[in-house]
Every structure is written in C-alpha cells, then in structure tokens.
Design a protein around this ligand. Structure first.
Ligand code: GAL
Length: 348
C-alpha cells in the first residue's frame, strides 16, 4: 500500500517539526523514568531513618525513579523485598540493612545479578563489602560522634578533670552518668558508647556510668527512665544518649516526674534552674532541636542525614553512568566508602 505523503510543503514542515519535538521529549525523559532504583529501609518508624529516606527521595527527584520498601525491622522480610527487586531487574539497590552482619548473602546475590548495591547507616563488615567491587557504603564515623559528644560534656563540666564545676552536683569530682545505649551490635551504639567512656578516661575524668540499652527507641528509653528514677532518684549528673530519640523518651519521663522546673519563669529550662539535668543526644532531628531551644536537651551531635542522602544519590548517579566521579560532592574512598562529618549542635 502506498503511504500518503502530505503534498503541501508547509504541512510537511509542521510534521517534521512535531516529530522532532516528540523525539526530543522522549529522549529527555528517559534519563529519569527509565532508570529504576530500589530503596530498602530497615525500619521506617525510626525517625532518623525516616528523615534520611525523605532526603534521598528529594535528591533523587528528576534523576531516577525510586521504589521504596520498609522492612519493619525484619531481616526475613527484607530478604524477600530485595529478592523481588532483583527479579524486577532494577538498576541499583540502596539498602539500609536490618542486620548489618548478614549482608554477605545480599552482596553475593547482587553480584550474581550484576546489580550494584549501596548500603547506608548500618555499616557492613569490610570483609563482606570486599566480596564485590560494586558494593559500597555511605555513612558517618561513629568514633567522631562519640568524641564530639564527650567534648560537649567535658566543656559543660568546666574542661578541668581535677576540678569539676557546679554541674558536679554532689561535689565528689566524679561524673555520675547514665548512658542510654542504642541497639546492641550496631556500630553506632557500640562505638559511641565505648568512645565516650574511653575519652573521659584518657582525659583524666572520673566517671561512674550506668548503661541502659533502649534500642534507639523513645518509648524504651521512657520505660528505662522510670526504673532509673526509682533507683537513683535525682542522683545523676548527666544523661548521655546514643541518639536523640532515646533522649526525647527520657526527657518525657523526666518532665512527668518533675525533674525540670522553670525557677525564674522565663519559659525555658536553663542551667541556672535548680533541677536542671544535662542531657545530650546524637542525630539533630527536628524534635531534638526544638527541645534544645526550650532548654530540655543540652545539645546534640548532628548526624547529617541530608548530606548523607545527597552522597547516596550522587554515588548512585555515578554508578548508573549519570555523573562523573569528579562531579561528586563527597569523595569516594578506597572505591568503597563515602564518609560525612558529624557536627556539634547546641543553642550557641
Ligand atoms: C544511627 C542513628 C540512630 C538510629 C540508627 C539506626 O546512626 O543515630 O538514631 O537511627 O542509626 O540504624
């Protein structure tokens, strides 16, 4: 059958122009909609991880399409979610593992399917990451957060281990501390706790610490605080929390138990108030920042999820051939790691 060509040259021109526009349109849209990336979270109800995931989505907008899955703190469920994404032949997976020590089998499957994988927030062992050149980790050094937290507290107590200031309430020159610890075995919980203790010790401070595990969770910290208050009353001088969520839970319980009073009526709880107890966290989530503004939380260490999310997205772009390595804001080290710095956050 003969094709019917428009005879009129103006009509022909119009068709050529329209075809060209259509072609341009389809080419420009293929960079974002056709590249499909999976984002798997260990537990969306963790406020830090929730914000982190939102930032990843924001940075990825218009760059690639993202399918998100929440593993609800179950490694079994997470394995199924990953298997499904691999079956769908997504181009890359971004994984926040439930059990950071069991990524060995995840990496092996990714390698078999030749689909690169970026882990974040829960750090796999180097020997597992070393299984495959296309396995990466984006995170922040837990040691640094422990050190910054310790420095914040030392400064509060006057920076002189031989003579603590008035925050040593009972004047015994020993800091009585409660440490709220995150999930056992998590690199951040283990290292933040041991670093704080080590630094105080190395700097010559005497410290008596009671460690309570509250698994990163506000409600668990609230319950633990109930016990602590029964056992110690107000006989402790600082609460060092591995994260903000647990500090927030402790503050909630302490508020109810009358640990804070606004003696000068200025609407804030401040160090001059009789019953002030310094509490420090880590993460810098918005609720914590608000509590710092009202004086309930002394300070926190910013675990910069927005920069980490940006690093995750830029590394993804690099692995997908959408960005050159030199164009990444944060450097890729040893072909495996991107590290983002922590920062101290107080009212000052
Ligand atoms: C830590 C963070 C915690 C918790 C944990 C989950 O880095 O400080 O609040 O979110 O990750 O893996």
């Amino acid at each position: 059958m003969l094709e019917q060509h428009p005879k009129d040259p103006a009509e022909r021109h119009l068709i050529i122009i329209l075809t060209f526009i259509l072609l341009l349109f389809s080419l420009s849209s293929c960079s974002d909609t056709q590249t499909r990336v999976g984002l798997v979270l260990y537990n969306e109800s963790d406020p830090f991880v929730y914000n982190y995931a939102r930032s990843i989505e924001e940075h990825a907008q218009g760059v690639f399409s993202l399918s998100r899955a929440d593993s609800g703190n179950s490694q079994i469920l997470q394995n199924e979610q990953i298997a499904q994404m691999l079956d769908q032949k997504l181009d890359l997976l971004i994984i926040n593992p439930v059990d950071r020590l069991s990524v060995y089998s995840i990496i092996k499957r990714q390698r078999e399917m030749d689909i690169p994988v970026i882990f974040f927030n829960r750090e796999p062992l180097l020997k597992d990451l070393d299984l495959w050149e296309d396995a990466y980790y984006v995170g922040a050094k837990a040691e640094q957060s422990g050190r910054l937290q310790a420095e914040l507290i030392m400064e509060l107590f006057g920076n002189d281990p031989r003579q603590l200031n008035r925050f040593d309430k009972n004047g015994d020159n020993v800091i009585q501390a409660i440490i709220l610890k995150g999930e056992q075995g998590h690199q951040d919980a283990e290292i933040r706790t041991s670093e704080v203790l080590r630094i105080f010790h190395d700097q010559g401070y005497a410290m008596e610490a009671v460690i309570e595990v509250a698994n990163w969770e506000s409600t668990q910290a609230y319950e633990k605080m109930e016990q602590i208050a029964k056992t110690f009353g107000t006989d402790f001088e600082v609460i060092i929390s591995n994260n903000d969520a647990m500090a927030i839970g402790a503050i909630k319980r302490m508020k109810e138990a009358g640990f804070f009073t606004d003696t000068n009526g200025n609407g804030r709880i401040d160090p001059l108030d009789e019953l002030w107890v310094p509490i420090v966290g880590i993460d810098g989530i918005s609720e914590a920042v608000e509590l710092i503004e009202y004086g309930y939380l002394y300070g926190t260490v910013l675990n910069d999820s927005n920069s980490q999310a940006q690093a995750v997205v830029e590394l993804s772009e690099y692995l997908l051939g959408l960005r050159k390595e030199q164009e990444m804001t944060y450097r890729l080290l040893d072909d495996t790691y991107v590290w983002i710095d922590y920062k101290v956050f107080t009212l000052d």
